[in-house]
Design a protein around this ligand. Structure first.
Ligand code: 7RM
Length: 637
């Protein structure tokens, strides 16, 4: 593949950016021309941010999997698409060429068809990071079924909420998953979830850990048995379903400031065009290079920059089932060395946790294949940036700091490796087609440089969120109602003298723990389900490795003599209700919470206390009972 719209110089970036603002439709039509379409669009863009209603490439028809697989077969069918590295280094890695991946996707699409799946059905995928996860995702897209991937760390309750919200008819899972030295009983978790999910009629189970699991007659069936049936049918070809540009491609649930996660909806054409464009430009991918994104496909980073972006570009990528610290803290570097990785894309939290192990795990590894490094998910602190630059990039690899969100579908603000300048802890400049601005509390634009405010975007890009599944008004309320005619990101940012953006973090009640988004209200709801809990308030505090830690203040009725036991039990409830990623790092049992006279919890004060500030708590005169604050300060953990 060659990449006609790959920007190669600062001048080209400036002219592409200029064109994308002056003539967005012409700009994106030129890029969209590079893909395979069943029918081209009637109109490039129709939009309003008030309903909101955004349509890209109206009238066009396509199938994203033909662009990710079929179109590479003739010239590059034998090129590796996936180099899979298992959790346990003593197990063999697996390579799937584009031809092989195409065949497996077609085969599994037939399995889905044989099990009643049709265009528009919602399919829940809860799997380990094995090649079959990508195969399952692509097989859904091949048929026009809408995938909803749920990260393997979520609890049965979280899965059930997501399955019910989308009314999924089928679940694809595995018996279990390996993560470091742990085995996670995926199928048992699914069994618990499905007690409350009458919409699910079928479960397809891949064998991975081969632990004994329950298989329910008529409902559960093995992946391997089902694929054998398709083999017996002679592995018939599987023509791709012709999709409208704006048909749904997938739902991905993400946390917001309210209790219930939202199903972010992305559609076929715009998402394909933007993930491809941003992938080849930000990472400056060159044909034949080995790209390694360490994320899990259960998050948006995995959807856009493990599955759709790299595959649509015909790239070769390493996918890793395990964790960075097992069997030891050199595992990432072993993989870079073993597979001669050229581009490494990971999260600041992973870098920070590896810094803690010192240089021994890095020193004897050959990292000379690396050309580009990337980060995503949270602000990267300067110390981590410099460590990554010096000890991994050896001072010769550009680092791209990529800012984006589940809702944006792809990277919106980032430098382009070696093409536009990097600046430590800055995501820097918008990609062509992206028009950011900063606003103050009243929604007035803050112009000029050397300023800070709330980050908004004033014009649609092709992979912008289309709706929140089943509740369009929630999409409007959350993203398009805070500031008129603007998409509001929920992030604060500053813009330096040269126009570079630095994202400072969320300005709403959303935490970012190890790069995972968690709503404080969601954690509070889980804590409040624990027996004896009267009320709770959750805030974030700075954490050396996780970026943010979770601090919970809990009013507990009843016997408090075994405070330690109560704390452990509350943490267990959160793990049970949401999953281990939401487990509070600190739980302080308190007699009361600081409230205003109208009963609103003053989180500002709790945040300060959790951060370790005891003197300057700001204005406390509106507090109903100032004594509560003194008590909380004394009991601080
Ligand atoms: C890709 C992803 C989105 C939130 C977002 C930010 C934070 C992501 C960066 C970042 C600073 C970055 N999607 N965030 N990337 N903050 N610099 N490069 O993580 O939906 O899960 O999270 O993550 O707060 O709003 S997400």
């Amino acid at each position: 593949m060659n990449y006609p719209s790959q920007i190669r110089s600062w001048e080209q970036y400036q002219s592409a950016y200029h064109k994308s603002v002056e003539d967005p439709e012409g700009f994106w039509a030129g890029i969209a021309d590079e893909f395979n379409w069943h029918r081209k669009w009637d109109k490039v863009l129709d939009w309003n941010f008030s309903e909101p209603g955004v349509k890209w490439f109206s009238g066009a028809r396509l199938n994203i999997t033909e662009n990710c697989l079929d179109r590479h077969l003739a010239a590059e069918g034998d090129r590796p698409a996936i180099i899979w590295e298992p959790n346990d280094p003593s197990e063999d890695s697996r390579v799937l060429t584009y031809k092989e991946l195409h065949a497996k996707v077609c085969q599994f699409a037939h399995v889905l068809k044989n099990n009643g799946v049709r265009k528009g059905d919602r399919i829940c995928i809860y799997m380990p990071m094995v090649p079959e996860l990508a195969i399952a995702v692509l097989a859904c897209a091949r048929l026009g079924a809408i995938h909803s991937v749920v990260f393997g760390g979520f609890s049965a309750q979280s899965i059930a909420d997501r399955i019910q919200d989308a009314q999924c008819s089928l679940v694809i899972t595995a018996d279990g998953a390996y993560r470091g030295n742990k085995e996670i009983p995926l199928k048992a978790v699914i069994d618990d979830a499905l007690v409350h999910c009458p919409s699910v009629g079928k479960v397809i189970v891949l064998s991975r850990t081969r632990v004994p699991i329950s298989m329910i007659k008529g409902r559960d069936t093995w992946w391997e048995e089902e694929t054998r049936k398709v083999e017996a049918q002679g592995n018939p070809p599987c023509p791709a379903e012709s999709m409208d540009a704006e048909d749904m491609l997938f739902i991905l649930y993400t946390s917001g400031s309210t209790g219930k996660p939202k199903g972010v909806v992305h559609t076929c054409a715009g998402y394909m065009v933007y993930t491809n464009y941003s992938f080849v430009n930000v990472f400056q991918y060159r044909p034949g290079e080995i790209y390694f994104c360490t994320a899990d496909i259960g998050w948006i980073t995995g959807h856009s920059y493990i599955v759709y972006g790299p595959l649509s570009a015909g790239a070769t990528s390493v996918r890793f089932e395990g964790i960075p610290t097992w069997p030891d803290a050199g595992r990432f570097w072993d993989l870079v060395d073993k597979h001669k990785v050229n581009i490494l894309y990971t999260a600041p939290t992973a870098i920070r946790s590896l810094i803690g192990f010192g240089l021994d795990p890095v020193s004897n590894k050959d990292l000379s294949s690396l050309r580009v490094l990337g980060t995503v998910g949270e602000p990267i602190n300067e110390e981590a940036w410099h460590w990554y630059d010096e000890h991994i990039g050896k001072g010769r690899c550009p680092i791209v700091d990529t800012w984006w969100q589940t809702e944006t579908g792809g990277i919106l603000i980032s430098n382009m490796a070696g093409v536009t300048p990097a600046k430590p802890s800055y995501a820097t400049l918008p990609l062509p087609g992206v028009q950011p601005l900063l606003v103050d509390e009243r929604g007035e634009e803050i112009t000029g440089n050397g300023v800070s405010g709330n980050l908004c975007i004033k014009f649609p890009w092709p992979s912008i969120i289309r709706t929140t599944y089943g509740d369009h008004d929630r999409c409007r309320q959350t993203y398009f109602a805070t500031y008129k005619n603007l998409y509001f990101t929920g992030d604060g940012a500053l813009r330096d003298e040269k126009g570079n953006y630095r994202i400072t973090g969320r300005v709403d009640d959303v935490l970012n723990v190890s790069g995972h988004r968690i709503g404080t209200a969601e954690v509070e709801n889980a804590i409040n389900m624990h027996t004896g809990v009267v009320e709770s308030a959750v805030v974030g505090y700075p954490h050396d490795i996780k970026g943010q830690g979770i601090y919970a203040f809990v009013i507990f009725s009843g016997n408090r003599s075994d405070a330690d036991g109560i704390r452990k039990a509350i943490a267990a409830t959160v793990t049970r209700i949401i999953g281990a990623i939401a487990r509070p790092d600190k739980i302080q049992l308190v007699g009361g919470l600081p409230k205003t006279r109208s009963g609103k919890i003053m989180r500002r004060i709790l945040r300060k206390i959790a951060e370790g500030e005891t003197q300057n708590l700001g204005d406390t005169t509106t507090l109903l009972d100032p004594a509560v604050v003194e008590e909380i300060k004394k009991g601080k953990l």
